[in-house]
Design a protein around this ligand. Structure first.
Ligand code: BGC
Length: 730
């Protein structure tokens, strides 16, 4: 359908019909206009796969037998692959399944910056660095939208905590906003051509993000040229007039009084009352409808030409497993204790409740009704194939402790109540009241499990520990109170390492945990995320060396939450107003610039082979006021005995900065696969953005002339080679 035809459609719509197109008429759908052949617009969560279906006006699960889907690695896992091609294949699969399930817009990806490791939704996001986020969100969005399905990049903007998420008011400098919090969204819009953006719940500088003139009209529409649909977060709209005048196109919420949504009857009343200039109001309405219909048209919803999707295709499982494999991060491997040699192990002991736990159905709106989920224990069983006796001991006691988002077949999902402040203010699950009997029961169970595990550990040929977090901690609606491992795992791991110093320690979690209680004593450490339905298999493959690990941290692992700048400033979770006083010094930009030691730096990850990277050289190919191009080359060799992948990282530092800058910033990276003994020359291009900062006075990004150091690095702490260039233009 041509754009002219879309305009004709708009001219045929009544005010009521226009209103029907711009607000929810069900929890995940609009009404559509049957008379003109405009179908309802159906959305669905979310970032880890297509969510199960709820009733149109009740948060009760419908209980379909056919909404089991592929469970994808969470976004942090995806980010840990540092692999653009896998971001694309993951997006492609997500879009295909969304389309296959009859959805028009998938409410993903989530790309908020990890300002604090305590943010409950960290697992849904891509870590702490705007460049890494930007590079991965573009292929991810493109992959989704290849299926005639819209993405919905969320949550725009500065939605970096769950505590008081509905109205916390963020004060952030324009520079930090532009350099840290917005680049991922800008890349998704300008390079990824995303068709959907979701406004955030929180406020920015006093105004709710879901009707933020500056964010929507100035930045998104005018500066970035966004012509797609801006959807509110569910219940994020608070004012009819502001919603009308801002660039918001579609209001969604969690209550079922659909006619009373701000952009429903109250909007018609507002226009009819004469309180707003009718001409302006109608023009605004048309704008919203135009955005929606144009996207529908691009998705071929209006012309019968739409591509078919599909879901649970077995052929897709290979790419899912590959993403899971590449997301796993090897953090420690003293004396090459890993991989384990399965031929030498007759009796294997697996300890830790996470070995036996499935995670897909938790976390809030990112929950998934997975077709299957291979737990680590199952992965190990599948891999060892009956040749090894495998014993499992939980080691610690985890009774599910009543996460507010948990849903079961016959009770309402926590989302129904998610606008209720009482439910969102509690800082973390540890704050949930437990009776003294419950406490005692937990203690007894923990003692019992600990004893059993330690006893069994003495007998086994090898011991693998699988602990970490669950979605009682990594969850929407709540932040963690601290980085401590729950369920008394610190004591268990420390004791275990005394009995079995060769224990292989692995963590399954969506965010960093404090491991200082036993870290030095653990010879090996593997970090796996909620890595999707194939995650347990991928972990087993890494432990036993079928796969050479190549994941790298997309976020710094501080020793302790007290080291995090937001916490240092007392601004996480802060009060009603949160001042982002750390400014641009988020993540490694802070730890690195202010010499704060961390447990594991940003970009860190080991392999079973060794790589040597040397000989960095740079050539300034273009240096004009408008355009900069610097070609950086270096050599990389795999000097170990097996094939593997390295992530070469290029950080840029301004030698004599005119404004305060971070010690260095990631500006290029490449994941490189090398055979054993292979050497290769690699070249990467740095463009103007690699040298810019946001100039608050001039209201634009600028690159100053001067000397820049280009650092070739294995991670934010380990620089292996440096060269320098001179830029003359600015
Ligand atoms: C979440 C969104 C989600 C929406 C719809 C909200 O509570 O913040 O990320 O897409 O619900 O379920």
């Amino acid at each position: 359908m041509t754009k002219e035809k879309v305009e004709k459609l708009i001219s045929q719509l009544t005010l009521q019909e226009k209103t029907d197109l711009i607000h929810g008429n069900g929890f995940f759908t609009t009404k559509g206009v049957e008379r003109l052949g405009i179908p309802p617009f159906i959305t669905s969560d979310g970032p880890r796969g297509v969510r199960k279906d709820f009733g149109n006006d009740s948060w009760r699960e419908v209980g379909l037998s056919y909404d089991y889907v592929s469970y994808l690695p969470c976004n942090t896992a995806l980010a840990a692959t540092w692999n653009r091609a896998l971001a694309h294949s993951t997006g492609k699969l997500l879009g295909k399944e969304a389309r296959g399930r009859g959805k028009d817009m998938i409410l993903a990806p989530g790309i908020n910056i990890m300002r604090s490791p305590l943010c409950g939704r960290s697992f849904e996001y891509m870590g702490e660095d705007p460049y890494l986020v930007s590079e991965l969100v573009v292929p991810l969005v493109q992959g989704i939208e290849e299926n005639d399905v819209s993405s919905c990049v969320k949550h725009f903007a500065v939605n970096n905590q769950e505590t008081r998420r509905l109205d916390v008011d963020v004060e952030v400098s324009e520079r930090a906003l532009r350099e840290i919090y917005l680049p991922g969204f800008e890349a998704a819009v300008k390079r990824g051509r995303a068709k959907g953006i979701m406004g955030a719940y929180n406020k920015l500088r006093g105004t709710h993000c879901c009707h933020h003139q500056y964010l929507f009209n100035e930045i998104l529409r005018k500066e970035w040229g966004f012509e797609g649909i801006i959807v509110s977060d569910w219940g994020g709209v608070h004012d009819t007039k502001e919603a009308l005048m801002s660039g918001l196109d579609m209001e969604m919420s969690v209550t079922n009084d659909f006619d009373q949504y701000y952009m429903a009857q109250p909007l018609i009343k507002l226009i009819e009352s004469g309180e707003v200039d009718e001409k302006t109001a109608l023009a605004k309405m048309d704008e919203k409808v135009r955005h929606i219909l144009n996207v529908m048209n691009e998705l071929h919803m209006l012309d019968g030409e739409r591509r078919a999707g599909g879901y649970n295709d077995y052929a897709d499982k290979a790419s899912l497993r590959q993403t899971a494999r590449e997301s796993i991060v090897l953090l420690k491997n003293d004396q090459d204790i890993l991989p384990l040699d399965r031929k030498k192990i007759k009796k294997l002991l697996v300890i830790g409740e996470n070995a036996n736990r499935q995670h897909a159905s938790g976390g809030g709106s990112a929950e998934i009704k997975a077709l299957y989920e291979i737990t680590p224990l199952m992965g190990i069983e599948m891999l060892l194939g009956g040749n090894t006796e495998i014993l499992y001991k939980p080691g610690y006691y985890n009774e599910d402790n009543g996460n507010i988002w948990a849903s079961t077949g016959d009770s309402e999902n926590g989302q129904a109540d998610s606008l209720n402040q009482d439910n969102v203010e509690s800082p973390a699950p540890v704050a949930i009241e437990v009776s003294s009997e419950q406490r005692q029961h937990r203690q007894e169970m923990n003692e019992k499990y600990l004893k059993e595990a330690l006893e069994a550990a003495k007998e086994a040929d090898a011991v693998i520990y699988v602990g970490g977090l669950t979605h009682d901690y990594d969850t929407e609606g709540q932040d963690r109170a601290d980085m401590k491992l729950p369920y008394e795992q610190d004591r268990l791991i420390a004791e275990l390492l005394k009995v079995r110093p060769d224990t292989v320690v692995t963590m399954v979690a969506g965010s960093p945990v404090d491991m200082s209680a036993w870290l030095e004593d653990a010879p090996s450490l593997i970090y796996s995320w909620y890595a999707g339905m194939e995650g347990g298999m991928a972990l087993a493959e890494v432990i036993f060396g079928e796969v050479n690990p190549s994941g790298h941290l997309p976020e710094t692992f501080p020793f302790h939450e007290k080291d995090c700048p937001a916490t240092v400033l007392g601004e996480f979770p802060g009060g009603d107003k949160v001042h982002y006083g750390e400014d641009i010094f988020v993540g490694y930009r802070y730890y690195d610039t202010y010499d704060v030691p961390v447990a594991f730096p940003f970009g860190y990850g080991l392999s079973y082979t060794d790589f040597v990277m040397t000989g960095i050289r740079a050539e300034v190919v273009e240096d004009t006021a408008k355009s900069t191009a610097v070609k950086v080359s270096f050599d990389i060799s795999n000097i170990g005995a097996r094939a593997g992948a390295a992530v070469a990282q290029i950080y840029v530092a301004d030698k004599y900065p005119k404004v305060k800058k971070a010690a260095k910033e990631l500006r290029a990276f490449e994941k490189l696969y090398l055979e054993a003994g292979e050497t290769r020359e690699v070249s990467l291009m740095l463009e103007r953005e690699a040298f810019t900062y946001y100039d608050e006075e001039a209201h634009c990004f600028r690159a100053d002339a001067g000397s820049y150091m280009l650092m070739l690095a294995k991670n934010a702490e380990e620089i292996v080679d440096i060269t320098e260039i001179e830029l003359r233009s600015e």
